[in-house]
Ligand binder design. Sequence first.
Ligand code: GLP
Length: 246
Amino acid sequence: TVFQDSDDLSRDVAHHIAALIAHKAEAGENCVLGLATGSSPIRVYKELVSLHKQGRLSFRNVVTFNLDEYCGLQADDLQSYHHFMHVHLFDHISDINPTNIHIPDGTLAKAADISRFCKEYEAAIRAAGSIDLQLLGMGRMGHIGFNESGSERHTRTRAVYLDRVTRVDAASDFFGELHVPRRAITMGIATILEAREIILLAFGENKTSTVAKAVEGPVSPNVPASFLQEHPNAMFYLDEASCAGS
Ligand code: GLP
């Protein structure tokens, strides 16, 4: 789906998510959302907050699982995805149950603790009934979550090393590339593809050639977003700049 205006696009996606939450609530069920960070979903979160503040959307039945987190950051570090999610969404939602919010733990240092955590994260997603809707952004080289180029179809939640391009793109947030963490925990490609519905957001000319590869190129670990071609209910929401190469 291509929108001329990425504000309209973000509103459309937010209203779609809100409708799903309300539909699940009517059926007496939880709505399990997979959430993303980065600049792309910010306006979707803003619209969800606005609907909530107008009394049109409750998060009482919402359970969330974030895609990823940098290793080595505390939850309240300004660059952590914990901090991002609270600033852009959770702090403004009065009725979400804090125990329903799941974000990978970047504070773990020992390999054994990280690996146990990742298994428990996968188990928690399964116990919640699997993800109903996964929201995604996409890195400049086609990564989803922190599944960098080379991530295989079968990958699960795990610790990864970040690519140079990803660290360069994050450098301004960390006041220089040197300060960008080298590792992160991310849901895997297989974890993401198990969501019942996937929405990927990509804006701007930086993403043009990667969007074309992800949507029309061969399905390949070189461009992890291309795996979405194999999903029965995955949608790319694009502005005109990002799809100019397709
Ligand atoms: C980071 C995140 C990804 C996100 C990507 C793109 O690498 N880990 O989940 O999709 O940034 O960010 P943006 O939306 O700012 O282009």
